[in-house]
Design a protein around this ligand. Structure first.
Ligand SMILES: *[C@@H]1O[C@H](CO)[C@@H](O)[C@H](O)[C@H]1NC(C)=O
Ligand SMILES: *[C@@H]1O[C@H](CO)[C@@H](O)[C@H](O)[C@H]1NC(C)=O
Length: 457
């Protein structure tokens, strides 16, 4: 106890000293909108071809045949006794997944499911950008239709957003209201899904934000709402900074930011929570800090790897469907509920169907783009760590934090961080892949946020 208290007091003193000496208080710079060219070779002279082409997901049979051969040829290994998921993905459990994948999973059926909404591609900054575009059905007065850009993260894809669509685009039949009906645009981040991968170094969250802003303008939406978690949140944060006049509202289930004197607040909160504005639930979700930190350290090695040597790990993942599935699905277990690593079977099927999980893996497999998806860490993490995205958006912000989200920000701290915070909610269930896991809860929160914006107009 004695030594801990001393360390604590010394830490508080150092940080407070630095703060008042001005080292920690300089105003972060807002990144520039900029421009980019990510295509092969030199940027050609002349006008950009802005045509928008219809796109249908239709993977060649040879890709599926090749996949099945690789699955059959998997070189298995034995898990340790009683290891559950503590050494990584359990290979015994993986065998049951692979059996399902080989014998029951039907890609053609999944393609039909994916093609129920319209897909398009258009070339922006030299690369083909894929997006799904879901318009409301039926005769809805146009002033009631609101454009919403929704962006996935890693290791997710546009597939996460299928179950939420009915609540956003056909609210009358699914929620009994048609106050706000959305027209939703879900792009694949360049290097993900059916979007082309950048061919040049440097494609980070700011570049992705700019590309998506150009996409929305091309679709005739100068102004739009935005929703995202994970990298979708990083991109939304960047977009709200570089093009605030276009973002009518930024809704996120993964807010980025740290209040000033963060360690001091945390330290004080551990003893006198109300002094730094924390209620009982905040305390529950934040403390004990060292346990949460240990958990994060244990589970986020992948992020360090991807932020440094994505291509090295990529050889194995791009070559082995089982390796890819293990890598991706392990994140789904941990991010859905960290306690699930203790369960036999990882608890996944309590929340998702095996078809949904495998289809998300398949999006990476059939496009062969796990490597390019990982590179977003390499390009963005150093910029985030060096404070280049520390500025906070001034657009209207709505925040929802699900029960098992990896990071937690209490309402009082969000108010300090986001000058225009309109709504803040905490959910009593759900995890990191909120749209995929709790579509209705997320949809209702987005609607609450947007109607708050409309009410204030
Ligand atoms: C733009 O691209 C589309 C689709 O590839 C093509 O059909 C069209 O001719 C191109 N337009 C111009 C002006 O090059
Ligand atoms: C994981 O592997 C062990 C062997 O250590 C096995 O007994 C157990 O059932 C597996 N757990 C699962 C499927 O979660």
């Amino acid at each position: 106890m004695g030594i801990k208290v001393t360390i604590f007091i010394v830490l508080v003193a150092i940080v407070t000293g630095l703060y008042f000496a001005g080292f920690l208080t300089s105003q972060p710079r807002v990144p520039e909108y900029g421009d980019g060219w990510w295509g092969n070779g030199e940027k050609p002279k002349g006008e950009e071809n802005t045509s928008i082409r219809k796109f249908k997901i239709n993977v060649d049979d040879s890709v599926i045949d090749d996949l099945k051969q690789r699955l059959v040829k998997t070189r298995w290994f034995e898990p340790l006794e009683e290891a559950k998921f503590h050494y990584g993905f359990n290979s015994t459990f993986m065998k049951t997944i692979v059996e399902y994948w080989t014998n029951k999973y039907d890609w053609k059926k999944q393609e039909k499911y994916l093609n129920q909404y319209e897909h398009f591609k258009t070339n922006i900054e030299g690369i083909d950008v894929h997006f799904m575009h879901v318009k409301p059905k039926g005769a809805i007065p146009s002033e009631k239709i609101k454009p919403l850009l929704m962006v996935h993260g890693w290791p997710g894809s546009f597939v996460e957003f299928y179950k939420i669509m009915p609540f956003l685009t056909e609210p009358k039949s699914h929620l009994g209201t048609d106050d706000d009906t959305f027209e939703v645009i879900c792009p694949s981040i360049p290097g993900y899904g059916f979007s082309e991968a950048p061919h040049k170094q440097g494609f980070d969250v700011v570049a992705a934000a700019r590309v998506f802003d150009k996409l929305m303008s091309r679709l005739g939406h100068e102004k739009y709402y935005y929703q995202g978690g994970d990298w979708g949140a990083g991109i939304g944060h960047a977009l709200s900074l570089i093009q605030p006049s276009h973002v009518l509202g930024y809704h996120t289930n993964f807010p980025n930011g740290q209040p000033s004197l963060y360690p001091v607040r945390l330290a004080i909160g551990s003893v006198f929570p109300s002094l730094v504005g924390l209620d009982a639930e905040d305390v529950n979700r934040i403390y004990p800090v060292f346990d949460k930190l240990k958990l994060l350290l244990r589970e986020t090695g992948y992020a360090h790897l991807q932020a440094t040597k994505p291509d090295t790990a990529g050889f194995g993942l791009n070559d082995s469907p089982v390796g890819l599935a293990a890598y991706i699905l392990e994140k789904f277990i941990f991010c859905t509920n960290p306690h699930y690593l203790d369960l036999h079977g990882g608890g996944l099927e309590n929340h998702f169907t095996m078809d949904d999980l495998l289809t998300n893996v398949m999006i990476y497999w059939v496009n062969g783009n796990i490597v390019s998806s990982m590179r977003l860490y390499k390009e963005s993490v150093p910029k985030i760590l060096s404070g280049q995205l520390d500025a906070m958006p001034e657009v209207p912000v709505g925040i929802v934090i699900f029960k098992y989200e990896l990071a937690y920000l209490p309402k009082t701290w969000c108010k300090l961080l986001f000058p225009n915070l309109l709504t803040y909610s905490r959910m009593q269930r759900g995890g990191h892949f909120a749209a995929f896991e709790e579509p209705q809860l997320l949809a209702e929160d987005i609607r609450k946020f947007v109607s708050e914006i409309v009410r204030r107009e």
